[in-house]
Write a protein that binds this ligand. Structure first.
Ligand code: AMP
Length: 690
């Protein structure tokens, strides 16, 4: 706990007790009919103490929330953003006419356009830039794949139920909300209690079902909607289960992430890449998670688009050839140590963080830098973006290092991209389950002598005993791992025969000593065989887009000052429509010019919209500002038109024939608006806006 908060809580408790003593003194003076002067003086002292208490409370409030009164304005701000988003069909609650379903949302026309722009830029910034191998795998996944990855057994959240209504809640969220609420709103708790609650928050991810249940009972936490008692917490698997084919015998799941599709294709992708490391594969696709009680709007949903990269690298060489291109970047980083010692994120040079070993390796650092560039190019505010390192208790045991790109929104800091060095875990897990070697090979200059296990089934003997099943028995024997083979060898040596399970036959068979020879032989190896490590940046596209909405939204007064107008300041790169074309007044000549310009914009591949309604130009500007359209072309003559930039509201005048070319160059980012402003005559039309 920060010293100031701690001492403020102590001061508050002391002040409260002094106030109580002074209150008693006043009452005693009154009861003893003391002189009026003495009573007045005592009351004055009491009032002064109360004032001091209220001042400490204010300081404490500021200290715990960082910004007093901010939560109210944050909610009002969010409401304004969401109202605009829903009003202009950026998104729509799915199946709305049937009452909707929590955690499912549709993207409407501008939302779709933004998503497609974000994904196009993602492909350009990552897939194209790094020559990644893009794949597109099915959402329906057989059980065996997700069993191997650990999702069937471990992809769970702890859930509690309202004992009377059956409504479900995430147990850790209830405990987290309780602790945060107490710390921020209950100023009467002692410094010790505040420290205890903070400790609970710090270890929340580590608590077992029993420990969570104990805390929920200890703090008297009840169902938030009804105040009814809650059940004990129990694990709930977040995957949507299904079955593949009509028999119901082949269980499957809707994939909770896209990564597994890449891991299972590793062997072919490695081969496609000329058996060379490093290389990366990428996939964009839907992921499904049956979230227990999705609350934070578009941030926690049950179906969402993930864009994932699996960068395969030699575990002994995690350098990156383009690392130097990002090493000088500076941005907010929040390493583990700073979190533990209660500090906040600090602007840090990425290269320094890597060289000091704060970031585990160059490739991980490279991707952190690229993610920073990606998000800020989209329009995420760099001061509200930080890279937070996972604490030891958040990280899987096999992971070498993990950083989340967190973006600050009205809901707080939100994990939008996870960037993890997952070591060789995933490939090993699929190799063990499938029996297919998911390994890389490297030629070595000095051949090495190694001891190798050799399993040699004696086919003639096996054929005599197993006839038509001989092939399956041979394959099963050859697929044994080292331990299984050595166990069999020793059993055969001691007992002469052994029971052996053949998966593909679904039964045990008896293997005799004469049927297989198992030995260890010394061999010269000319290559090194190893399981690559994987560095995985995983992007929650919906979360990034929602944060972008919040970071881009602002209000400005109408010209007349009687209205607050909504504006999204999307950069042209992500704007759903790049420009609008308006004839200033309704007349055939202007409409014809607008159509000519529209045709040339289409030919140049610039998304645009013509608005030929008779509404005032000011209203039409306001409508396009609300969609975040960066430029508006107004036709006010047959030879030249004006181009207005959304945020400055500045206008330039260009010839009709050059309108599309200018537009192309400012929307592609080849020219800045400042350049255009410097190169073309300015136009001022106060009356138009009115
Ligand atoms: P994870 O595999 O849990 O690290 O998730 C990868 C990314 O997916 C996260 O960084 C989030 O951006 C996003 N994500 C995870 N769960 C959800 C959800 N329920 N709704 C929307 N995005 C999510």
């Amino acid at each position: 706990m920060a010293a100031s908060e701690d001492s403020l809580r102590r001061a508050l408790v002391e002040k409260q007790s002094t106030i109580e003593s002074q209150g008693n003194a006043v009452r005693a003076l009154k009861a003893s009919n003391a002189e009026k002067k003495a009573v007045d003086e005592a009351i004055e002292k009491l009032n002064a103490l109360k004032l001091e208490k209220s001042s400490i409370e204010k300081q404490l409030q500021a200290s715990v929330s960082g910004n007093p009164g901010s939560s109210v304005s944050k909610e009002a701000f969010r409401q304004a953003v969401v109202n605009t988003l829903v009003g202009r069909l950026f998104f729509i609650p799915s199946f709305k006419i049937y009452g909707g379903v929590a955690g499912l949302y549709d993207y409407g026309p501008p939302g779709c356009a933004i998503k497609s722009n974000v994904l196009a830029f993602w492909r350009q910034h990552f897939v194209l830039e790094e020559n990644m191998l893009e794949v597109d795998c099915p959402c329906v996944t057989p059980e065996v794949v997700l069993k191997a990855s650990g999702h069937v057994d471990k992809f769970t959240d702890l859930m509690v139920k309202d004992e009377k209504t059956g409504t479900c809640y995430r147990a850790d969220h209830l405990l987290k909300d309780f602790c945060n609420e107490k710390i921020q709103k209950d100023l009467s708790i002692t410094a010790e209690k505040a420290a205890e609650l903070k400790h609970v928050l710090a270890v929340l991810d580590d608590l077992s079902a029993e420990e969570l249940g104990t805390k929920i009972k200890e703090y008297g936490i009840t169902a938030p909607d009804t105040r009814n008692p809650l059940s004990d917490p129990y694990p709930f698997n977040l995957m949507f289960q299904t079955s593949i084919g009509p028999s119901g015998l082949s269980p499957g799941y809707m994939r909770p992430e896209t990564a597994q599709g890449i891991f299972v294709n590793f062997k072919d992708l490695y081969n496609y890449n000329g058996n060379k490391l490093p290389f990366a594969a990428a996939q964009i696709g839907q992921a499904f998670r049956n979230e227990i009680s999705p609350r934070q709007g578009l941030l926690r949903v049950r179906e969402f688009t993930l864009a994932e990269i699996e960068h395969f690298v030699d575990p002994d060489d995690k350098s990156h050839p383009k690392y130097s291109e990002v090493a000088d970047l500076e941005f907010l980083m929040f390493p583990r140590e700073q979190q533990i010692s209660g500090q906040s994120a600090k602007k840090t040079c990425l290269g320094e963080a890597v060289s000091k070993g704060i970031v585990n390796n160059e490739t991980l650092g490279y991707f952190i830098g690229r993610v920073y560039l990606f998000l800020t190019c989209l329009g995420i505010d760099k001061d509200r973006l930080r890279f937070r390192q996972h604490l030891a208790n958040e990280m899987a045991h096999y992971a070498a290092d993990c950083w989340d790109a967190e973006i600050e929104s009205s809901y707080g800091w939100i994990e939008c991209v996870g960037i993890a060095d997952r070591s060789a875990y995933d490939l090993r897990a699929h190799m063990d389950k499938s029996g297919v070697p998911l390994v890389a090979r490297e030629r070595i200059s000095e051949p090495k002598e190694v001891e190798k296990l050799v399993i040699a089934p004696v086919k003639k003997e096996l054929g005599l005993s197993f006839k038509g099943n001989q092939k399956k028995v041979v394959e099963a024997l050859e697929a044994m791992n080292e331990k299984e083979a050595l166990d069999m060898k020793s059993s055969l040596e001691t007992k002469g025969e052994v029971e052996f399970h053949v998966c593909t036959l679904g039964e045990n068979v008896t293997i005799k000593k004469s049927m297989v020879s198992i030995s260890k032989e010394k061999k010269k190896e000319h290559q090194r065989t190893f399981t690559p490590s994987v560095i995985e940046p995983s992007f929650g596209i919906g979360r990034i887009i929602y944060c972008l909405y919040e970071h881009s939204f602002y209000l400005r007064s109408s010209k007349a000052g009687d209205e607050q107008l909504n504006v999204f300041r999307f950069p042209p790169l992500v704007a759903p429509i790049k420009c609008t074309v308006f004839p200033l007044v309704q007349n055939q000549q202007y409409e014809d010019v607008a159509k000519i310009i529209s045709k040339s914009l289409t030919a140049a591949g610039i998304s645009h919209k013509i608005d030929i309604t008779g509404t005032s130009i000011g209203k039409r500007y306001a409508r396009t500002d609300e969609l975040g359209v960066p430029f508006a072309i107004t036709v006010d003559s047959t030879s030249s038109v004006t181009i207005r930039e959304r945020d400055s509201k500045d206008q330039i005048r260009v010839n009709v024939e050059e309108a599309a070319t200018v537009m192309k160059s400012v929307t592609d980012g080849n020219t800045t608006w400042a350049d255009a402003w410097a190169n073309f005559p300015h136009h001022s039309s106060v009356s138009a806006e009115e």
